[in-house]
Design a binder for this molecule. Structure first.
Ligand SMILES: *Cc1c(COP(=O)(O)O)cnc(C)c1O
Length: 373
C-alpha cells in the first residue's frame, strides 16, 4: 500500500508473510461489526472515551481566536496512544498470538502496550534504548508493575530508532507466537493505515462534538495523533497543520528515504545517513514521519511547520496558566505554533482552531523542573 511516493513494505524476506497476515487480519477485523463493537466498548469502559472537546475560553480571548482542545490528555494512561494499542492488542488476540512486542522511546507507548496486554491477558515485551531506560526510569518501573518485560537495547545511539530496529529483528525470529504492536503511523504496510484507522476516533469524535473548524492543528512525531485527527477532516475545507519539533523536523527539513520498513520523509545527512532527532519532548525524538504525512505534504493537503524548544516551554506554561491544563511537551508544540501564528497574523482574528492535545504533562514534570531552574 502506497501513499503517493511513500509507504510500502521494505522488510527482510521472512517478515513479508507476517506483515501479510497482519494486513489480512486487520482488513477482516475492521469489516467485522463484532470487532468494532468490542473495541468501542473497551475504549468507553477502560480508556475513558469519548474524550471531551474543551472550548479554551481564556486562551481564545488572549489570542483573538476560537480555540477548542480535543482532550486526549484525559484518555487512560495519559495520551492518545491507548486508542491504537487497544485496537492492536485485540487484533493480536484475534490472530491467536499470546504475546505482543513493542518499541518505546519515552515509554508512553510501552506503558500503553503493557496496559492493554494486562487487560487482555497477553504477555508483553517492550524494547527500549538503554539511554531511554536510564532517562525514563519511572515509565520502565510502570511497565514492570503492569507485568511487562522491558529489554534494554545497547546498539547504536541507544534510543528509539535502535529500539525499533531491535523489535523488528526480534519479530523476524518469533512471528509464530508474537504480534508486533507498532506505536505510530510508521513501519511496513499495513501499520501506517491500521494505526491511522485506530486513531481516527480522535477526529471523528472531535467533528461530532464541534463541527468543522477553519484550522486543525496537531503535533507530529511519527504522526499518529495528527493522522487520526486529520483523517476526519480530509473531505472539508479545514486547513490541516502538523507541527514538528525543530530538532526533529523530518517533514519540513528532511528528505524521502527508507527507515523501519517504509518510505517517508526522514532526517538524514548528505550521504543519506539517518540523523538523530533532538527535542525537549522525547515523544517527538524520532527521525522519521509516517508515509501518509509525506503524501499530504507533497499534495499540499496538509502543511507542516516546526517550533523551537523555547517556544514549547513558553506554550506549556501559558496553557497551564490560562486554562489550568498542563499539556505534554509534545502537545505543547501545537499550542506553540498557534500562539506564534496568532501573533504574526498567519491565523486570522476570529478563526476557529481545533487543537489535538495529545497527552498530559505529568510525565514531563522532571524535564520542566530542569528547564525552569
Ligand atoms: C508519543 C506521543 C506523541 C507522538 O506520537 P505521534 O505518533 O506523532 O502522535 C505525541 N504526543 C504524546 C503525548 C505522545 O505520547
Amino acid at each position: 500500500m502506497r501513499f503517493g511516493d511513500h509507504g510500502g513494505r521494505y522488510v527482510p524476506e521472512p517478515l513479508i508473510p507476517a506483515c501479510e497476515a497482519v494486513a489480512e487480519a486487520f482488513a477482516d477485523a475492521w469489516a467485522d461489526p463484532g470487532f468494532r463493537a468490542e473495541l468501542d466498548t473497551l475504549l468507553r469502559q477502560h480508556a475513558g472515551r469519548p474524550t471531551t472537546l474543551t472550548p479554551a475560553a481564556n486562551l481564545s480571548a488572549d489570542l483573538g481566536l476560537r480555540v477548542t482542545l480535543k482532550r486526549e490528555d484525559l484518555a487512560h494512561t495519559g495520551s492518545h496512544k491507548i486508542n491504537n494499542v487497544l485496537g492492536q492488542a485485540l487484533l493480536a488476540r484475534r490472530m491467536g498470538k499470546p504475546r505482543i512486542i513493542a518499541e518505546t522511546g519515552a515509554g508512553q507507548h510501552g506503558v500503553a502496550t503493557a496496559t492493554a496486554a494486562a487487560l487482555l491477558g497477553l504477555d508483553a515485551t517492550v524494547f527500549m534504548g538503554q539511554k531511554d531506560v536510564e532517562r525514563q526510569s519511572l515509565n520502565v518501573f510502570r511497565m514492570r508493575l503492569l507485568g511487562a518485560e522491558v529489554v534494554p537495547v545497547h546498539a547504536g545511539s541507544r534510543t528509539l530508532k535502535d529500539a525499533t530496529s531491535e523489535a523488528m529483528r526480534h519479530w523476524v525470529a518469533h512471528t509464530e507466537d508474537t504480534y508486533y504492536c507498532v506505536g505510530s503511523v510508521i513501519g511496513p504496510h499495513p501499520y501506517p493505515t491500521m494505526v491511522r484507522e485506530f486513531q481516527s476516533v480522535i477526529g471523528i469524535e472531535a467533528r461530532g462534538q464541534g463541527g468543522i473548524p477553519d484550522y486543525v492543528v496537531a503535533c507530529v512525531g511519527g504522526g499518529s495523533n495528527a493522522a487520526g485527527t486529520f483523517s476526519a477532516f480530509l473531505d472539508t475545507d479545514a486547513t490541516l497543520i502538523g507541527v514538528e519539533a525543530d530538532g526533529g523536523a523530518a517533514l519540513t527539513k528532511g528528505a524521502p528515504g527508507v527507515l523501519h520498513g517504509f518510505r517517508g520523509y526522514i532526517l538524514q545527512d548528505a550521504h543519506g545517513q539517518v540523523v538523530e532527532a533532538h527535542s525537549i519532548s522525547a515523544g517527538l525524538d524520532y527521525p522519521g514521519t509516517g508515509p501518509e504525512h509525506g503524501h499530504w505534504r507533497d499534495s499540499g493537503r496538509a502543511r507542516y511547520v516546526s517550533v523551537t524548544d523555547d517556544e514549547v516551554l513558553a506554550a506549556t506554561t501559558h496553557l497551564a496558566r490560562t486554562e489550568g491544563i498542563l499539556p505534554a511537551l509534545e502537545s505543547a508544540h501545537a499550542i506553540a505554533w498557534v500562539m506564534r501564528a496568532a501573533r504574526t497574523g498567519e491565523l486570522p482574528r476570529g478563526a476557529s482552531v481545533l487543537i489535538t492535545l495529545s497527552g498530559r504533562g505529568d510525565k514531563d514534570v522532571p524535564t520542566l523542573m530542569g528547564a525552569h531552574q
